[in-house]
Design a binder for this molecule. Structure first.
Ligand code: FAD
Length: 369
């Protein structure tokens, strides 16, 4: 069976990696758009404290966080150890101690079905600052030991290298679907025709464009995000926990950098510029929470487009009227968490195996017109 995967962000890379463990012949095509969400992503894996009530979303994000250690082990067995994944824990901040107690209660309740949350501890402002020195003095926190960070770029590349080792072919270029009668028979890449039995579309925020020739209006919208990378002189940031302030911003660290962000720009389309307003917004919020970051030097600002489908709910499954096309999309702001897991599920669908998720909750027809 020949399978083509279009798009190699975290979702397509994971799909190809999991397919590489089967006997299918797999070709992965990516055109390296500027603003690939995976390439810009922050890297927080901690879905359990979210106040979002949508059960299908939570099921997916929770499954994603739980799947990471298993996948990291698989990659290690393939010799891929550079993923930037580490369970450093998460500090969820609040200045109000009652709010912290409520947060801890919610986490404890969620732990009944998600033991991977780990320890849940309420920390005083002093204890909180000890774990993340740049913070201001006013915030206590709930520390969740199972929270993790991952380097999206490194994780994607580890999956791609692992897939390649098991025979997946990778092609750089723009893929257009080849329509023969009412069936898609393959793709065309730079004038070259490539036929396949099955096509999997994991093209993120750009997926509407690729489906247009089929007469389908795929309702994915790009949400622009700018995110800043800082270097803190003389600080060993390798093991600091992820910080989730009471705003919609976050701060996390890697061995050599601190990442702060991000903006949520719904009206910017595919404008991939770094803007004065974007930087102002991020730094104003970040420095209010962590004044100690003001000494950091700016390494770079990345821009990415979060793919959102209607209701902010991801979709996965066959494309209506085109049974040999599978699609997954809409990973939004939590795709580094859910992407590797959803890619594994997508590979199962392609191979005719049963999935862990009930995919009827993520019906693709909800995203098309
Ligand atoms: P993408 O990564 O965008 O990949 C799509 C790929 O398809 C692109 O490479 C594109 O070039 C390619 N493509 C499109 N059309 C074609 C075509 N016709 N032919 C060939 N190739 C094509 N999630 C978390 O869980 N935690 C976080 O902390 C987090 N932080 C984030 C911070 C930022 C700033 C951003 C932008 C996102 C963040 N996310 C986070 C969300 C996460 O990054 C995304 O949900 C996820 O990366 C989406 O992955 P994807 O594979 O669907 O799409």
């Amino acid at each position: 069976k020949k399978i083509i995967v279009i798009g190699s962000g975290i979702l397509g890379a994971s799909t190809a990696y999991h397919l590489s463990k089967s006997d299918a012949e797999v070709l992965l095509i990516d055109r390296k758009d500027r603003g690939q969400a995976t390439d810009a992503a922050a890297g927080i894996v901690c879905p359990w404290l979210s106040q979002r009530r949508n059960k299908a979303w939570y099921q997916l994000a929770k499954g994603g966080a739980r799947y990471y250690p298993e996948l990291i082990k698989m990659l290690e067995e393939d010799g891929e150890t550079d993923t930037g994944y580490k369970r450093v824990g998460t500090l969820s901040l609040h200045a109000d101690s009652e709010k912290l107690e409520k947060m801890a209660e919610r986490a404890l309740k969620r732990r009944e079905e998600a033991p991977e949350i780990g320890e849940i501890t309420i920390l005083s402002p002093e204890e909180t600052k000890k774990r993340f020195p740049p913070l201001s003095d006013e915030f206590g926190s709930v520390f969740v030991s199972g929270g993790a960070r991952v380097n999206g770029r490194a994780m994607r590349d580890a999956l791609l290298k692992g897939a390649k080792k098991s025979g997946v072919k990778i092609l750089c270029g723009n893929a257009d679907l080849l329509l023969e009668g009412s069936k898609v028979s393959g793709v065309s890449v730079s004038g070259q025709t490539i036929l396949a039995d099955q096509i999997i579309i994991t093209a993120g925020a750009w997926s509407n464009e690729i489906l247009k020739p089929l007469g389908i209006n795929f309702k994915v919208t790009p949400q622009k995000a700018q995110i800043i990378h800082l270097e803190l002189p003389k600080m060993d940031t390798a093991d600091w926990p992820v910080v989730m302030p009471p705003t919609n911003q976050y701060i996390l660290t890697f061995d050599d950098r601190v990442v702060v962000g991000a903006t949520h720009e719904d009206e910017a389309g595919f404008d991939n510029r770094v803007t004065a307003g974007g930087i102002h917004d991020i730094l104003t919020k970040a420095l209010a929470v962590a004044p100690g970051l003001s000494e950091g030097s700016i390494l770079e600002t990345r821009v990415g487009f979060r793919p959102f489908t209607p209701g902010f709910l991801p979709v996965i499954g066959p494309l209506p009227n085109f049974p040999n096309i599978l699609i997954a999309n809409g990973l939004g702001a939590s795709g580094l968490t859910s992407g590797p897991y959803l890619g594994a599920e997508l590979a199962k669908l392609a191979l005719g195996k049963s999935t862990e998720l009930d995919i009827s909750h993520y019906d693709v027809s909800g995203a098309i017109e």
